[in-house]
Design a protein around this ligand. Structure first.
Ligand SMILES: Nc1nc2c(ncn2[C@@H]2O[C@H](COP(=O)(O)OP(=O)(O)O)[C@@H](O)[C@H]2O)c(=O)[nH]1
Ligand SMILES: [Mg+2]
Length: 363
């Protein structure tokens, strides 16, 4: 255990499971990954059969998926808010304290929760809100305002432009890349993916399953190859094929943390050297189920490159989806995509008002 201490980036209990995965011997990890791939294969068949791409249904399907994905958080935060509002019936200081408690326990963070409730108190006073139903509406608006950001869209104006996806092992980088490739391809973009996580052969195979599914090009070398060499080849491929976007998968761990950071820096050097004018999006993938540890991961990875956005995965797997609010306020990096499930269409551009609507919607 001691020799792997470098990867103990967080202290919270929820993170322990993930860190165990990080420090497993490689063989065991490969077995897990292979099992995941088998699942992924089954999903592909299910998805192909059950979700035809009918344009009229896309809007409904999109919101439905978001609502489903937020079910655990809704059952926790919103149900409790509603219970408190019903049981109080009138607006007083004790009600504000109860609401504050709910926000804090949903992982919104102490400071942000206090700020939200302060604003609510102010609004209730100024607008003379007396009805608890109106409090619910006011609270919803304040939370939405905390999530609003001007820069949630990807800036991919050059051809090619580059998306580098980074993050700790197991957070959902490869899966999100598959979904993102599908999403961008649907917008008519020509996509190439670079398999620059060369640490394990299984990681390359896993990515290949996703790129086949999305129907996009994959540039890969064999296990153990230099990640920057894969990126170099992928850039040449993009230039010769006139691709719109290059998406780079990267390792979440190497033999040491120092190695990992150095490899990532090399990747950025190659991209900047070969494509000096290209738009580069550096997207950090964070797992919503890891709670506050996400913040320390963001700090570590921002040493390698300025982070232009966050992909927050596995919101469907947590009742503490309030983490999105504390990530937004503590990191000041826009959340650009959210993962709400394991299927191809379960990565969504983050839209604060849709998010809050889904969170506060009826069952
Ligand atoms: N439920 C759920 N699972 C996810 C989501 N995103 C990724 N996963 C799962 O998380 C696991 C690790 O994902 P992977 O892409 O291999 O992580 P990587 O090591 O960062 O590349 C896989 O089992 C994925 O199916 C999500 O949004 N929701
Ligand atoms: Mg991966």
């Amino acid at each position: 255990m001691a020799k792997n201490k470098w990867f103990g980036w967080g202290k919270k209990n929820e993170t322990e499971k993930q860190e165990d995965t990080l420090i497993q011997p490689v063989e065991e990890d490969q077995e897990n990954t292979i099992a995941e791939e088998n699942n992924a294969d089954t999903e592909k068949t299910d998805e192909d059969q059950t979700t035809p791409e009918i344009p009229e249904n896309i809007k409904v399907g999109f919101f439905g998926r978001l609502k489903n994905g937020l079910k655990k958080t809704r059952d926790s935060i919103t149900r409790r808010i509603d219970e408190v509002l019903v049981s109080f019936g009138k607006v007083d200081e004790e009600l504000f304290e109860e609401l504050e408690e709910i926000l804090i326990t949903s992982d919104m963070g102490m400071t942000t929760s206090l700020k939200i409730i302060d604003e609510l108190r102010e609004k209730v006073k100024n607008e003379r809100i007396a009805d608890t139903k109106d409090i619910r509406e006011a609270l919803k608006k304040i939370i939405a305002s905390k999530l609003t950001d001007e820069n949630t869209r990807l800036k991919l104006d050059t051809r090619p432009s580059v998306i580098v996806v980074i993050g700790v092992n197991g957070v959902g980088k490869t899966t999100s890349i598959g979904k993102l490739a599908h999403h961008l391809k649907k917008q008519g973009k020509k996509i190439t993916v670079a398999a620059a996580d060369t640490f394990r052969a299984a990681a390359i195979d896993q990515l290949e399953i996703w790129t086949n599914r999305a129907g996009v090009d994959l540039i890969k070398h064999s296990e153990g190859a230099a990640p920057s060499a894969v990126i170099y080849d992928a850039i040449q491929h993009c230039k010769s094929k006139d691709a719109d976007v290059l998406i780079c998968d990267t390792a979440g761990r190497l033999h040491t943390k120092k190695n990992l950071m150095e490899e990532l820096r090399k990747i950025f050097r190659i991209i900047r050297r070969e494509l000096p004018d290209a738009d580069i999006e550096t997207l950090l993938v964070l797992d919503a189920t890891t709670g506050q540890n996400a913040v320390s991961q963001a700090k570590t990875f921002s040493e390698v490159s300025e982070l232009s956005g966050i992909i927050l995965t596995k919101l469907d797997g947590t009742a503490k989806g309030g983490i999105i609010v504390s990530i937004k306020s503590e990191l000041n990096i826009p959340v650009k995509f959210i993962g709400v499930g394991e299927q191809m269409n379960d990565l969504q551009p983050f839209n604060p008002s849709d998010f809050v609507e889904a969170l506060f919607s009826a069952q």
